[in-house]
Design a binder for this molecule. Structure first.
Ligand SMILES: CC(C)(COP(=O)(O)OP(=O)(O)OC[C@H]1O[C@@H](n2cnc3c(N)ncnc32)[C@H](O)[C@@H]1OP(=O)(O)O)[C@@H](O)C(=O)NCCC(=O)NCCS
Length: 270
């Protein structure tokens, strides 16, 4: 994908009712751990795919083929091209979140369902008080955040954390001494990557997000199914499930803490 492909790729996917990917593609074009690709036919963008290197793990996202050209091997070709760029970058573990349409393709390519993401939603609140122990990000939080992020995900997402963390996009939960215990980072396209080893911190972050969204807004969270206690807590808080999707894996296992993860940048990065 070149900068000139941004508009036609965005429009083609919008026409296909698969969402507005503009801000996401803009990011993939400037982020050096991303490798966005397109398929072209007679000057028309007919397919997309994105690879994202997060250390030895790599994500495959936005595999899309124009509706009139499906079933001819293009989805597989795009996925193979993304995988090959990830392998060239040293990736040993391939990860993706699959749609129903994509799952047969990935299963044929050797991916297995590792676990499921459960996406839940809640309305915002009229509280103006964000609650105790949650404050805006400061640059001095970065080191603790990237360490926490690496331990939670088993991935190296430091360059993404550094790109998006700011006082307006990011809140951190702290202990009484001010040390970082968890955080949420909002991406420009709207996702909210949230890491918190302790459920109480995750709930405090969520309460602050609901207050910031206001009564007419809504917030979404994404937990792994391993986090049974977290899912039960969020049900008590009034969150309701809106969808779920399989997380698929191929390659070396990774050491991670699925129950520390409460939200994603999006489902192409995790
Ligand atoms: C998923 C998608 C990219 C597949 O693209 P495609 O060009 O139709 O896929 P291919 O023709 O390369 O098919 C790849 C393989 O999956 C198989 N396959 C594809 N759809 C299938 C289905 N519904 N059921 C069973 N097998 C299927 C094909 O037979 C082929 O297998 P083979 O290579 O062993 O013969 C396309 O349907 C799409 O763009 N969907 C909307 C966006 C989306 O959901 N993307 C996935 C994001 S995770």
């Amino acid at each position: 994908m070149r900068p000139g492909d941004l508009e036609p790729a965005t429009q083609a996917i919008l026409r296909d009712d698969w969402g507005d990917r503009r801000t996401w593609f803009e990011f993939t074009l400037v982020q050096d751990t991303c490798h966005p690709i397109v398929a072209e036919l007679d000057d028309r963008i007919v397919g997309t795919g994105v690879g994202i290197r997060s250390g030895r793990a790599g994500w495959i996202g936005t595999i899309w083929v124009a509706a009139d050209l499906r079933g001819h091997g293009l989805g597989r070709a795009l996925t193979e091209a993304v995988i090959s760029s990830l392998h060239d970058g040293g990736v040993r573990t391939l990860l993706l979140v699959s749609t129903e349409a994509g799952r047969p393709l990935y299963e044929r390519m050797g991916f297995e369902v590792q676990t499921w993401y459960q996406i839940l939603e809640a309305a915002g609140t009229a509280d103006t008080d964000p609650g105790p122990g949650v404050r805006a990000f400061r640059p001095s939080d970065l080191r603790a955040m990237t360490r926490l992020d690496r331990e939670a995900t088993g991935e190296d997402r430091a360059s993404i954390v550094r790109r998006f963390a700011s006082a307006t996009t990011t809140r951190v939960a702290t202990d009484v001494a001010g040390a970082v215990r968890g955080y949420v980072i909002r991406a420009p396209w709207g996702g909210g990557a949230t890491i918190a080893p302790d459920a109480d911190d995750a709930i405090r972050i969520l309460t602050a997000r609901r207050a910031a969204a206001g009564p007419s807004g809504r917030v979404r969270v994404g937990l792994l199914q391993e986090n049974e206690a977290g899912l039960a807590r969020l049900a008590e808080e009034g969150l309701r499930p809106i969808w779920s999707a399989p997380r698929m894996i191929r390659g070396e296992p990774i050491a991670w803490h699925p129950d520390w993860i409460w939200g994603q940048f999006n489902h192409a990065i995790g």
